[in-house]
Design a protein around this ligand. Structure first.
Ligand SMILES: Cc1cc2nc3c(=O)[nH]c(=O)nc-3n(C[C@H](O)[C@H](O)[C@H](O)COP(=O)(O)OP(=O)(O)OC[C@H]3O[C@@H](n4cnc5c(N)ncnc54)[C@H](O)[C@@H]3O)c2cc1C
Length: 451
């Protein structure tokens, strides 16, 4: 029998868990060479994104939040590169290897898990001036950028420049934006002791969101508690407010406020990877529409899951509801995806994905957190204990857990040295550049390549 090739695109929460499950279930078949699993991903690690704000604030080092693929993946073949296009008709992926070489990779079964990219809106100056917070490079860059603003402000004698460099704006009041603002505000507060010419009152953080509440997924009470807590720490929160324009030295908000500043962090939502947007298939809210069995309608053997996919949420009464883009859903969908790949190879019926959300945990830095696990509403130290325990439980490898704990302890007792590593400091760090959104082939280019 000819070997069947399963290609998995992306090694995030969804992709890595799918590969691990396939390795477990198909162990014998892979050993006999009847099935080959190929994992295509640009990096040699899976990134534990929920701890990214702690990387930006220096609580954890960048390496500590990675799960090394050579350790996590045992039998699958790893191809270091980016899938820049998929020809669904001829069942082949176009892969740009990290060397730049472009190769075709035919598949028998395909699992699409390339995640999401930062959602940008048509706001003047946003594309050129906003910083994103979706990957390790962006977190490292953001930390350097924030520290460099304090350093430059400290060195300047121009009052206007000093004030502008000490103003920081984060847009997006979901958990990513709220945690980023909260963690970085603690970083700048602590770093001030290194900058004697800066007055503590000069450093100001503003969190902006178009919605009337912070983190609506936490419920009204906890969202309000997070808001009160941040306001007490001096973070200005502007709700029901949008961004009208961004320039290199100011942000204009929809309520008319003009904030002179050199830092705008944009976390106002995510949208599916350009890979699936170029597939020429049905999209739902920017994500590829799949059935509850995660299969792409009309393309048997092609599955999509995680942030890139619009998966019906069978736990809701609302028939239109889709699962929110969270790590929790992505890693749980992986089990269904892997089992359905195997079922489709064996000619069995596919199963449907259904999962009740276990709640959300939000680390606001130090001993402060809010958490909503299993419908309990927690704040303060109990919430922080649950939050950290949840992350340790969810991290896929023992050694990654150990590194994270070691980093927490080191930071608690040793603090931060506020060192800039000089990462890409000479380049303009746009979201598109960092997230590689322009590197994909359009549907026409894919068709032209096939013919
Ligand atoms: C700052 C931040 C904080 C968050 N906090 C939480 C939280 O507390 N709780 C929670 O549940 N969720 C949280 N999330 C959301 C959560 O991280 C995502 O929902 C989750 O990562 C989605 O998993 P995924 O596998 O679909 O995508 P990802 O984890 O993003 O993985 C995608 C993978 O695909 C790779 N890839 C991308 N394009 C290609 C391509 N074309 N070819 C090959 N490989 C590709 C990427 O390199 C990556 O390895 C947070 C997100 C952010 C940004």
């Amino acid at each position: 029998m000819q070997s069947q090739r399963i290609v998995v695109v992306g090694a995030g929460f969804a992709g890595l868990e799918t590969v691990k499950r396939l390795e477990k279930v198909l162990r014998a078949e892979m050993g006999r060479g009847e099935v080959e699993v190929v994992l295509v991903a640009p990096n040699d690690y899976m990134l534990y994104l929920p701890l990214l704000p702690q990387v930006a604030s220096g609580v954890i080092t960048a390496q500590a939040v990675t799960v090394p693929l050579p350790r996590a993946v045992k039998r699958a073949h790893r191809l270091p590169g980016t899938v820049v296009g998929v020809d669904l008709a001829s069942k082949s992926c176009v892969v740009r290897k990290i060397s730049g070489e472009v190769v075709d990779l035919p598949y028998d079964r395909l699992v699409l898990a390339p995640g999401s990219v930062t959602r940008q809106f048509d706001i003047p100056g946003l594309e050129e001036n906003a910083l994103g917070m979706k990957n390790l490079a962006q977190a490292a860059y953001l930390r350097d950028h924030v520290l460099s603003q304090l350093e430059l402000a400290n060195a300047s004698t121009d009052d206007e420049e000093r004030a502008a460099r000490c103003r920081f704006v984060v847009v997006g009041g979901g958990y990513a934006g709220t945690e980023t603002a909260a963690q970085l505000q603690l970083l700048t507060e602590a770093a001030l002791k290194r900058f004697p010419r800066l007055d503590p009152g000069m450093v100001r953080w503003t969190l902006v969101d178009i919605a009337p509440r912070l983190m609506p997924e936490l419920g009204k009470k906890l969202g309000e508690q997070a808001l009160d807590l941040l306001r007490r720490r001096g973070v200005e929160i502007k709700l029901e407010t949008g961004v009208e324009e961004v320039t290199p030295d100011r942000v204009t908000l929809s309520d008319g406020t003009v904030i002179p500043c050199r830092t705008l962090v944009w976390t106002a939502g995510v949208t599916s990877s350009p890979l699936v947007k170029n597939l020429d298939v049905d999209l739902n809210r920017g994500r590829v529409q799949v059935g509850a069995d995660l299969e792409l309608p009309g393309y048997p053997g092609v599955f999509a899951l995680g942030d890139c996919a619009a998966v019906p949420d069978l736990t809701q009464d609302d028939k239109e509801a889709i699962c929110p883009p969270t790590a929790q859903h992505a890693s749980r969908m992986a089990r269904t995806a892997a089992d359905n790949v195997v079922a489709s190879l064996q000619g069995r019926a596919l199963t449907q994905y259904s999962h009740h959300d276990l709640g959300l945990v939000v680390d606001l830095g130090g001993s402060q957190a809010v958490a909503h696990p299993l419908n309990l509403k927690l704040k303060g130290m109990p919430a922080q204990a649950v939050t950290r325990g949840y992350h340790l439980f969810a991290l896929p490898l023992m050694r990654t857990r150990a590194r994270v704990v070691a980093n927490w302890i080191l930071h608690l007792f040793g603090g931060d040295d506020f060192i800039r590593i000089g990462f890409l400091s000479d380049r303009k760090a746009t979201v598109d550049e960092f997230e590689g959104t322009q590197s994909y082939l359009s549907a026409e280019e894919i068709r032209a390549r096939a013919s």
